[in-house]
Design a binder for this molecule. Structure first.
Ligand code: MF3
Ligand code: CO
Ligand code: CO
Length: 268
């Protein structure tokens, strides 16, 4: 029992663990591409969740968020001022919205976790700019990674870029290690802190990079009613992108690259 728990929380993956994570990441990315056809004006966030459920089930896998700490849905849908953990419901996506869709699949016990912010139709210049900033910050942070680097290279890259564009970086919610466990060490803050300056990202480690970038204040507010939805305190826009990354001996490998989604350098 104890041994099983130890195996489950293993932080340095060998060949077979890495292959399992590649499979989980690949499936999760395929799911994101599948949702891409659906996300648009007139669609409810519940319909997105339904699609996650049916596609995941069809392929014999599971959504990690369903039942996770009491979360009742199979993805998170975070619209406009919602920073993260928005709960799919009857809300209809409308022209001008930005919506982050965050999906986590469990494939043979291994986790793939990613999110994208979608711009619905024509959005404001600010909506476009904050979405672009979140996307660029994620890629700059991943590009800054080298085998054995400090966790803080991620926060350094993200804060520098976000602040240069006049935006702020959320601190209350962070990236995380993952494997056979959804959330495990190390924490991956998107700003440099003391601990991240002393922790290394070693070959064999898997973790997410998922910056949340705000147009106004960095401060967040948790919805007291539902206990999940996190909004910006000033109700200005927030955008996020997330990839699952494996550190290898040759540098970072993104495990959740989609076929049809925006690639590094994309202009929204
Ligand atoms: N997928 C989110 C992450 O990136 C976590 C969602 S947990 C939930 O870590 F319970 F809110 F779904
Ligand atoms: Co995550
Ligand atoms: Co996620």
């Amino acid at each position: 029992m104890l041994q099983k728990e130890k195996t489950k929380r293993k932080l340095l993956l060998g060949h077979s663990g890495r292959e399992s994570m590649r499979r989980a990441g690949r499936f999760n990315a395929e799911l994101m591409d599948h949702l891409r056809e659906l996300v648009g004006p007139g669609v409810t966030t519940q319909e997105i969740d339904d699609r996650v459920v049916s596609y995941t089930k069809k392929h014999g896998h599971k959504a990690a968020t369903l039942g996770y700490l009491g979360f009742s849905k199979s993805c998170c849908t975070s619209i406009n001022e919602v920073i993260c953990h928005g709960i799919p419901d009857k809300t209809v996506l409308k022209e001008g919205d930005i919506v982050n869709v965050d999906i986590t699949s469990v494939v043979d016990g291994w986790h793939g976790d990613q999110s994208e912010t979608f711009i619905i139709g024509n959005a404001s210049e600010e909506a476009r700019a904050v979405t672009q900033a979140a996307f660029d910050c994620m890629h700059l942070a991943i590009e800054a990674l080298t085998p054995g680097c400090m966790v803080s290279v991620i926060g350094d890259a993200i804060v520098a870029e976000a602040h240069a564009r006049g935006f702020s970086v959320v601190r209350e919610y962070v990236g995380h290690g993952l494997g056979q466990v959804f959330h495990q060490p190390p924490n991956i803050p998107h700003f440099p802190d003391r601990k991240s300056r002393s922790q290394r990202l070693l070959p064999g480690m898997c973790f997410t990079v998922e910056p949340m970038i705000n147009a106004g204040t960095r401060f967040a507010q948790l919805d007291k009613q539902d206990g999940w939805t996190v909004r910006t305190k000033d109700r200005k826009l927030s955008a996020q992108f997330e990839h699952t990354v494996l550190m290898t001996e040759d540098g970072p490998e993104i495990l959740t690259l989609t076929e049809h989604g925006p690639r590094r350098g994309h202009k929204f």
